[in-house]
Design a protein around this ligand. Structure first.
Ligand code: ATP
Ligand code: MG
Length: 420
């Protein structure tokens, strides 16, 4: 019973990145979905070892990094962490559209949460690619007896309920390895959520999702994005290029170590050359280099700009795939550690031809200033995502596969979470 109480009070997000593991713990106040608020009581980051681009490269190393992350978060919050909402990312993630159709069960034709859950379940019968498994079934819109564009059909009357979904798949082996590593640290998994979707859910308002917007997470090894329009997720992708590529370029261009290149990027990095003088020099020996060498900030920015332009070009290619290039009125929101780079927003506005800004978590209160950091948007998004299921404790071990049962219990809040 005590454990049950904990389940309902605290929600933990765990975002496993190639360079950093982040944990955020939230406390719920209010008992009903409408007055429920999440307060972040602690958020931490520790270095991540044993995972690259969302793929486990060493179980031992990742278990030790995870244990460190969980222990640090427990120390800071004083809350024992027993179960976590896990943010997944990785270039192995793909998405497909699907459709589910069911007959409404009740004889009076009123659509219930069970009908919606069955329709979502039916949409899962889409052929799953070999060696992949379903991570998310995201309802886009429903139709009842042919009337399309319905956001929340519960309580309506009809005979035939259809749902258009976006299904997100991950490679089974990679998901299993992450699962195994987390279980080894002694915590349960509430569910997996695609990191960038968790971020999108917390940095955008319903109106921004309605008008059309894109959230772009620039991580270390990957850049992921999620596109919204009319409140639906139109597209999502994980690209195999991130901020670590900028560091590599600097190491090659400046002929210096990766560590020095990383410091150059973080301390002097800027992706626009405008306003920089070629005479403005940086001494690499002050940034950990053994050799005393000076390079111009102009040259540093040129190297950075070239790679950031390439990343933005790849993002734009994804927008073109769904015919939204330059056509998202609510604009682009950047999150992730790579979004801290100076000048990114200016370059993005120019290159994507969209309004652009950094993404900060909305609608969560916090006693830590970490919510003001776009790098924490995903993990705080995970806590918010989890908060919509707080009254739906799930069975340990089988929970992340048991999505329908959980969905049935929290369907209304789940839909609220996704739709404006
Ligand atoms: N102030 C800064 N300026 C520029 N880049 C920064 C800054 N701070 C962090 N970064 C970069 O952000 C990246 C880390 O971002 P993040 O922690 O979001 O990645 P991750 O989640 O570990 O990786 P991934 O999501 O790709 O698996 C690193 O490449 C780091 O160099
Ligand atoms: Mg990340």
């Amino acid at each position: 019973m005590v454990r049950q109480k904990h389940r309902n009070e605290y929600i933990t997000g765990l975002d496993i990145g190639s360079q950093n593991i982040r944990v955020a713990v939230g406390q719920i106040s209010g008992t009903h979905a409408n007055d429920r608020e999440v307060q972040i009581i602690g958020a931490i980051e520790v270095p991540s070892e044993g995972v690259q681009k969302g793929v486990v490269t060493s179980i031992e190393e990742i278990v030790s990094s995870l244990a460190n992350a969980i222990e640090t978060a427990e120390k800071i919050t004083g809350v024992p962490i027993e179960h976590v909402w896990v943010g997944l990312s990785g270039t192995h993630i793909i998405c497909h559209d699907s459709k589910g159709v069911v007959a409404v069960a009740r004889s009076d034709g009123e659509i219930t949460e069970e009908d919606v859950a069955r329709a979502l379940e039916a949409s899962k019968t889409v052929a799953t690619p070999l060696n992949y498994e379903i991570l998310h079934v995201l309802p886009r819109s429903f139709s009842v007896d042919g009337q399309t564009g319905i956001k929340d059909p519960i309580g309506m009357t009809g005979i035939r309920l259809e749902v258009d979904t976006k299904i997100i798949f991950g490679i089974t082996a990679h998901v299993k390895n992450i699962t195994k590593a987390i279980y080894r640290t002694g915590v349960d998994i509430d569910d997996f959520v695609l990191s960038v979707i968790a971020a999108g859910n917390v940095v955008l308002t319903g109106r921004q999702k309605e008008l059309g917007s894109v959230v772009i997470n620039i991580g270390s090894a990957t850049t992921s994005l999620v596109v919204y329009e009319e409140g639906d997720i139109v597209h999502t992708a994980v690209l195999p290029v991130g901020s670590a590529h900028i560091t590599n370029d600097l190491a090659l261009g400046l002929k210096t170590s990766i560590d020095t290149a990383e410091r150059v990027k973080v301390e002097y990095g800027q992706c626009v050359t405008q306003g920089l003088s070629k005479k403005d020099m940086v001494d690499l020996s002050t940034l950990g280099s053994n050799e005393s060498e000076t390079v111009s900030r102009y040259y540093i920015s040129q190297i950075i700009e070239a790679r950031v332009s390439e990343i933005l070009q790849k993002v734009d290619n994804e927008l073109t795939k769904v015919s939204r290039s330059g056509l998202l009125p609510a604009g682009a929101y950047f999150v992730g550690g790579g979004a801290r780079l100076g000048g990114l927003i200016e370059l993005a506005k120019e290159q994507l031809q969209l309004p652009a800004s950094l993404g900060y978590p909305l609608t969560v209160q916090s006693i830590t200033d970490k919510v003001q950091d776009p790098a924490f948007a995903s993990v705080i998004g995970l806590v918010k995502w989890g908060s919509s299921f707080t009254n739906t404790p799930v069975q340990s071990g089988q929970n992340w596969r048991g999505m329908p049962a959980k969905m049935m219990q929290g369907m209304r809040s789940f839909l609220k979470n996704l739709l404006p």
